[in-house]
Design a binder for this molecule. Structure first.
Ligand code: SF4
Ligand code: SF4
Length: 263
């Protein structure tokens, strides 16, 4: 959501203190809702399509652009901005954000950013999360007196829920291709994108195709993903791992397994 030259090059932790307040009376109100690129997570899309009463396909077609990460070849969605320089985000008005209670995780975090470092420990590789600040010249929120820690900011902005639902998907997105591993082909990119964002299509794919005759999915999971979008996001992560051949996260039914081995 920010330009790189606005990122303060320091790593911070949950107990780091800062002063900030964003409110309707501030002179920069909504200035941060233009000239930005907002990466969307699966849970962002789920919340927004529900908020707007749209199918996931209609939401994606109307409000997003699909991009491909050059390094990993993984697909991801960004919010499609309109051409009005002052009112760039399709959801911003003079009154503020019209989808505020369902705004994307990146809008919630701002002006805090979150990063993940991959490290090698004595028990193998592990991930370390850290935080940074985005200080853009147009943002006057840092001149206000309200005091936060990064932890209390996260709580206030309800990002824990977003992070919890998106955790598995984020780990896949951050995964870099191993040396010698081929890039995802367009078909796999389209499967990755569908299972990440196009939940209605993904559900139809599971329940209206041969999927459940091929894959051995337990009854409890089948019932959950039939109606629960958050469960479907988690199942989508397992499906993507299978498609990307990261692990055998889905089991083939016996007949399908025999057929696969005979090929
Ligand atoms: S979704 Fe809301 S908070 Fe985020 S950029 Fe758009 S108007 Fe601003
Ligand atoms: S620029 Fe900063 S203070 Fe102004 S509305 Fe955006 S986040 Fe709030």
């Amino acid at each position: 959501m920010s330009k790189m030259d606005s990122v303060v090059p320091e790593k911070y932790t949950l107990d780091t203190k800062f002063k900030f307040r964003c409110h309707k009376g501030i002179k920069c109100f909504t200035h941060c809702c233009s000239g930005i690129e907002i990466l969307l997570t699966p849970y962002d899309v789920m919340r927004l399509k529900k908020r707007l009463g749209m199918s996931s396909g209609d939401f994606l077609g109307t409000y997003t652009i699909m991009k491909i990460d050059e390094q990993s070849s993984h697909p991801y969605a960004i919010l499609k901005m309109n051409d009005d320089e002052k009112r760039n985000c399709p959801f911003v008005t003079d009154e503020g954000c019209t989808v505020y209670t369902d705004r994307p995780a990146n809008c919630r975090y701002y002006p805090v950013g979150q990063g993940t470092l991959k490290k090698d420990g004595k028990d193998g590789p592990y991930s370390e999360e850290f935080y940074f600040f985005i200080r853009e010249p147009h943002c006057y929120g840092f001149h206000e007196k309200q005091q936060w820690t990064i932890e209390s900011w996260r709580k206030d902005q309800e990002v824990d829920l977003y992070d919890r639902v998106n955790r598995g998907w984020k780990a896949l997105q951050l995964r870099r291709n191993l040396i010698g591993q081929p890039e995802l082909d367009p078909q796999k990119q389209s499967q990755f994108f569908m299972a990440s964002y196009d939940l209605d299509k993904f559900r139809d794919f599971i329940f209206k195709s041969n999927f459940l005759n091929i894959f051995d999915v337990d009854t409890e999971t089948v019932e959950k993903i039939r109606t629960d979008d958050v469960e479907l996001i988690q199942f989508g992560v397992e499906y993507i791992k299978y498609v990307m051949m990261i692990e055998e996260s889905l089991k083939l039914k016996q007949d399908a397994e025999k057929y696969r081995k005979s090929k």
